[in-house]
Design a protein. Structure first.
Length: 481
């Protein structure tokens, strides 16, 4: 292995910076909705606890949003730095959704976040509430336009090749936006983002409750987080099922790689392995725990459906669909099997663990519980958030690594997208630099969020304090910055 191989280093750099940026994206998507819901509860009930929870989680939302903006900018630069051939190839298609994301969604979102931050004592309560809801919708639109661009890499639509074959030219913007992959990925991404946010809320709430701090408010946020986790897990599972059907239709090799299925199987033979041990090259199975029919059901929604295997797909790709690329990949169009196999299972398993934690938490904190919640349960809840976090991260690893060796499925191999004139040592310098900068930003992000989380929300008013419902909005201390 050439350690200064520009392709290898560029892939590592893009993977690390993308996953790092994605640490902040789901929390922004989910926390924006949470803050909007809490503020709506305050607006409708006048209960000050919802106001304080809005302020408290609003601070965490703003810290995370700012960090997401900083880390997201690097993604744009990387296209031109290390992937110039790819940028030239897809630039005509990507230009429109990325422009919509930047100009219409991100600026739209940032504008209303600004109104929300500085409008507490200046805007009517209804308009101020509307600003956080509009910012939330803007964040979701931003995610959609990014997913539409990514969907073109998974399932190219709405384009034609230039006469010289050097690039893809967009012919139908609506087809790009309504790509079945994007339409299926959006609800799955939003549900997973909300699930990850619920993990953070559960952890913060449990940290305060085990110490006997802010009990009334933190119990409300805990119950919200527990119920939200279960609902989000259900949404993630249902939307993931639909995304799986689209994946089988558009990228059958990815589903075959998710199961390490070499030969086409039907019915009971199309089983799903919970755990497998195989030979080092991954071509033979030594031991596995399997559920008959499950892979068939996941792929076709029938118990007698057939799932194409890697060997049959390689033959089809080599002889019929993509013979011009066969020599470059030595006739093997499959991704790295151990990555796709285990990332698919870790995604499902970690999500299930997070949801199970929420079910246990609801049982232990129910009103009719005869015993106090044991300390070990609180401490376990504090560390429940990594399960939902890593579930969504390995889900993206599966999505992107499962597309390999393609950078644009069926049109361009990843090795053809790298910048041809960038030497490996320059990529190495930028890789080390970005890693160091991101490490510093991680310390700052974690430090700020932990400081805010430990401080907790403002205490509720005591019996001798004025009733907050009798105050005007101008007299209510509601600054979040």
């Amino acid at each position: 292995m050439d350690l200064l191989d520009p392709l290898l280093l560029a892939r590592w750099q893009f993977g690390l910076t993308t996953l790092y940026h994605f640490l902040f994206v789901p929390l922004t998507l989910g926390m924006a909705l949470t803050v909007a819901i809490f503020q709506t509860a305050w607006f409708r009930t006048g209960k000050v606890k919802w106001l304080h929870l809005t302020q408290f989680f609003g601070k965490i939302f703003l810290i995370n949003f700012a960090m997401g903006v900083v880390t997201g900018i690097v993604q744009e630069f990387q296209f031109g730095m290390n992937w110039s051939s790819y940028s030239r190839f897809v630039g005509d298609v990507f230009g429109a959704p990325l422009a919509f994301e930047g100009l219409m969604a991100f600026f739209f979102e940032a504008t209303f976040i600004g109104l929300w931050i500085f409008g507490w004592d200046k805007l009517p309560k209804g308009l101020h509430l509307a600003s956080i809801w509009i910012a939330t919708i803007g964040a979701w639109f931003s995610a959609y336009f990014i997913l539409a661009a990514n969907a073109f890499m998974q399932n190219p639509l709405g384009y034609q090749m230039a006469e010289d074959g050097s690039r893809a030219e967009m012919t139908d913007f609506l087809a790009v936006l309504t790509n079945p992959v994007a339409l299926a990925a959006l609800p799955h991404t939003l549900a997973a983002a909300f699930m990850m946010t619920m993990g953070v809320i559960i952890s913060i709430s449990a940290w305060h409750l085990v110490r006997g701090q802010n009990i009334e408010m933190m119990r409300s946020s805990l119950r919200y987080g527990l119920w939200g986790m279960i609902i989000a897990f259900g949404g993630t599972a249902l939307s993931g099922d639909q995304l799986g059907l689209v994946m089988v239709e558009t990228q059958p090799m990815k589903m075959a790689a998710a199961e390490a299925l070499f030969d086409t199987a039907c019915g009971a033979d199309a089983s799903f392995s919970i755990f497998t041990l195989g030979t080092p090259d991954g071509t033979s199975e030594l031991f596995s725990i399997r559920i008959p029919f499950l892979l068939s059901f996941l792929s076709t929604h029938t118990l007698d459906g057939c799932v194409e295997g890697i060997n049959d797909l390689n033959m089809q790709y080599t002889t019929e669909l993509f013979p011009q690329f066969a020599d470059q990949v030595d006739g093997n169009f499959a991704p790295i099997l151990w990555v796709t196999y285990w990332s698919f299972r870790w995604m499902i398993g970690l999500g299930g663990i997070a949801a199970l934690t929420a079910v246990v938490g609801l049982w232990l904190t129910r009103k009719k519980a005869k015993r106090d919640v044991p300390t070990w349960a609180w401490r376990l809840a504090i560390w429940a958030w990594p399960a939902s976090l890593f579930a969504i991260l390995v889900g993206w690893v599966f999505t992107e690594m499962g597309r390999q060796p393609w950078i644009v499925f069926g049109l361009m191999l990843t090795e053809d997208g790298v910048s041809p004139s960038v030497p490996g040592w320059t990529v190495l310098i930028s890789l080390v630099s970005f890693t160091a900068i991101y490490a510093i930003l991680a310390v700052v992000e974690v430090g700020l969020i932990m400081k805010t989380a430990h401080a907790g929300p403002a205490p509720l008013p005591g019996p001798d304090d004025p009733d907050p419902r009798e105050r005007s909005v101008e007299d209510t201390p509601t600054t979040v910055y």
